[in-house]
Design a protein around this ligand. Structure first.
Ligand code: PEP
Ligand code: MN
Length: 359
């Protein structure tokens, strides 16, 4: 079982460095995590009572404990505070509520730009659009691939919004990394472990959607796959699970939000669109998720849903999305959260060092 070394509040850098070195000498992998109040050093590997005792005696060490959960780096035991990511200058996680919006798939330049502009004006902070679509039928539209990624990048740059798109094949991680700001791992690929390892080797945020029938622990283990590769920028998303009813496409497990937040430090989002399957139900589910404390939502929006090539029935119209954003802002405030505002100095998006928006 892995351990965490909890440093005393007054521990100095030398103490921390000494522990990190000793952990490595003991054949364990050290993961220091400097919190606001104390530093915790994860020691990943097989625990021996001797190693634990030796670490306990080092200066500045408060206590050494075993991490009981199968997921380590994702656990609250390992990292006490909420993780807040900086995505092109936008803060994601904890009390910062970000809404990701856009069409299910990138169908054309015109539609993506039209929808993108509308969702940005309404207050969405991240633009979505699928270029590689995982479809239940082999005969359905599978996305425009690289051409779609090029359109997404253009839209991100033009609208000054970070972009997110799904990657379904480990062989496409390189090209998606070139064009988009965030990877989406779809529900159907939540346990595609090679894909998780591949995105874990990049430094882009990874948005992992809960599998159709996955438990909370399985979702956290998928996050652990990415974290274990050194990419600590992971966001989790509840998007509805299979239950016995068929009135909705899936059942949004609202309780997944507080349960995930209790167990892990990563930002938790909800996806009301895929859970509902019907646009009229999307606002209620989105508000429920934000009320439950989610750090954001991913919402499908389309300017002409009846012509959409994918997920038209659940796409909300831009004007209804704008109304929903207003309600989201109010609900967020009630639970002490705040929708990421545009135009404020400290949250002004900025071009990432390499490439800027859209990759
Ligand atoms: C999507 O976001 O368009 C999508 C396919 O979602 P999920 O993987 O949750 O079904
Ligand atoms: Mn979709």
């Amino acid at each position: 079982m892995d351990m965490i070394v909890v440093m005393k509040a007054g521990a100095i850098d030398d103490d921390v460095n000494r522990v990190v070195d000793r952990v490595a000498e003991l054949g364990l992998v050290p993961h220091p995590s400097r919190g606001e109040f104390r530093t915790i050093i994860g020691a990943i590997g097989e625990r021996t009572p001797e190693a634990q005792q030796q670490l306990e005696q080092l200066p500045g060490v408060d206590e050494v404990m075993a991490i009981s959960q199968p997921y380590k780096l994702a656990s609250r035991e390992f990292h006490e505070a909420d993780t807040i990511l900086d995505i092109a200058g936008i803060r994601v996680g904890g009390p910062h509520v970000n809404i990701i919006a856009g069409p299910c798939a990138i169908e054309s330049r015109e539609i993506l730009f039209e929808v993108g502009r509308a969702v940005k004006d309404a207050g969405a902070s991240i633009l979505r659009g699928g270029a590689f679509k995982p479809r239940s039928s082999p005969y359905s539209f599978k996305g425009r691939g690289k051409e779609g990624l090029e359109i997404l990048q253009e839209a991100g740059r033009e609208l000054e919004m970070p972009t997110i798109t799904e990657v379904v094949d480990p062989r496409d991680v390189g090209v998606v990394n070139e064009y988009a700001d965030m990877f989406q791992i779809g529900a159907r690929n939540m346990q595609n472990f090679n894909l998780l390892l591949e995105v874990g080797k990049t430094d882009k945020p990874v948005f992992i959607k809960r599998g159709l029938s996955a438990t909370i622990t399985e979702l956290l283990m998928s996050a652990e796959y990415v974290l274990s590769q050194g990419n600590h920028r992971v966001i989790l998303c509840e998007r509805g699970i299979r239950t016995f009813g068929n009135e909705t496409r899936f059942t949004l497990d609202v309780s997944a939000v507080p349960v995930l937040q209790e167990r892990c430090h990563l930002p938790v989002f909800i996806d009301p669109s895929h859970a509902a399957g019907k646009r009229d139900l999307v606002p209620a589910l989105a508000l429920a998720g934000i009320a439950a404390g989610a750090s954001g939502a991913i919402v499908e929006v389309h300017s002409c849903p009846e012509r959409a090539l994918c997920d038209g029935p659940q796409a909300v119209l831009p004007n209804n999305f704008a109304k929903l954003m207003e309600q989201i802002k109010q609900i967020a405030e009630i639970v002490g959260h705040r929708v990421t505002p545009w135009g404020r100095e400290d949250t002004q998006p900025r071009r990432a060092a390499a490439g800027g928006w859209g990759g």
